[in-house]
Ligand binder design. Sequence first.
Ligand code: DX5
Ligand code: ZN
Length: 215
Amino acid sequence: MTKVSPSLLSADFGRLNQDVEMVNRSEAALLHLDVMDGRFVPNISFGFPVIEAVSRVSVKPLDVHLMIVEPDRWVSRVRDTGAAIMNVHAEACTHLHRTVQAIRAAGMKAAVTLNPATPVGCLEEIVADLDMVLLMSVNPGFGGQKFIERTVEKTRKLKKLIADSGSHAEIEIDGGVNLETGRRLVEAGADILVAGSYVFGAEDPEAVIAGLAAL
Ligand code: DX5
Ligand code: ZN
């Protein structure tokens, strides 16, 4: 079984309740929330009021992916939403070690996200302290982009780095995930698949989630 984290970015924001309830009924392990600030990425999505509203309806643990500058400023605000996992980009953290410790001290799982061009080797000194590493398989900022093929090999490299460090970190992949890319990612060592447009663009989103979970 593979853990699936449907990305609400591709949901219908006019009927968010129904879409969260669909995820509640589904085999999804987590619910992925993409926060964008228009600075770290060239797009703006949603912020704390939306996360708080979703948190009240969701029975799945919230997997909050912050595509923002200076994410360390928001650790307690994210914790207060009830989020289970706080994902920060390595590229956005000058003092990544301090930020990771702050996330854990706040009682959340600490996850570090890498952009496609950022090598996994940059995590060598911190991976033992992480609960999750999120590899971007598209450039962050938008749903529905084409999967970057090199991510499959990068997943293998990350799997080895995690094993060599005695880390318990899970590997999550985000961007362009479907049944075909998902299968290859799971073979390479992915534990969690994020999927936005593939899930919410489907006629039967629950069946799509079940299909990914069966990989
Ligand atoms: C992109 C976000 C993703 C996005 C994925 O920056 O981090 O979570 O929703 O969308 P798909 O699955 O459509 O590539
Ligand atoms: Zn994301």
